[in-house]
Ligand binder design. Structure first.
Ligand SMILES: N[C@@H](CCC(=O)N[C@@H](CS)C(=O)NCC(=O)O)C(=O)O
Length: 126
């Protein structure tokens, strides 16, 4: 069954798409319009109770949180496509280290900047 990826074609959804391409996993996207607030609608909240994207559906299995999704597909398709986890426990330690750096040191400040930018664009302020 083809994996479904819920989200817009920007932001964190892209990270999941890159992972699926690298792992050579067939997928289809289900567009969720963040600007219309579709991620806060009751149907979507059944998939992702925090109203955020991305979400993936792999058969009956539903998963959200982008890094959890990356780990899931990297493990599930360990022997298919690009090796994303390394060959040794030391490699894996470095993968986990950089996933944490990205989660805690990179994304929070970047996300704040993006929110400020979009708020000013939506308010019509250049
Ligand atoms: N920790 C979550 C963060 C998800 C997240 O913040 N997604 C943003 C886009 S990058 C979102 O859904 N924004 C819409 C909103 O805040 O309503 C993950 O990595 O999946």
């Amino acid at each position: 069954m083809v994996v479904k990826v819920y989200g817009p074609d920007y932001a964190t959804t892209k990270v999941v798409l890159v992972c699926l391409i690298e792992k050579e996993v067939e997928f289809e996207t289900v567009h969720v319009d963040g600007f219309k607030g579709e991620q806060k609608q009751p149907e979507y909240l059944k998939l992702q109770p925090f109203g955020l994207f991305p979400v993936v559906q792999d058969g009956d299995y539903v998963l959200y949180e982008s890094r959890a999704i990356l780990r899931y597909f990297a493990e599930k398709y360990k022997n298919q496509g690009t090796n994303l986890l390394g060959k040794t426990i030391e490699d894996r330690g470095l993968v986990e280290q950089w996933l944490d750096v990205e989660a805690h040191n990179y994304t929070p400040p970047i996300y704040n900047l993006v929110k400020i930018y979009f708020a000013s664009v939506l308010d019509g302020v250049p």
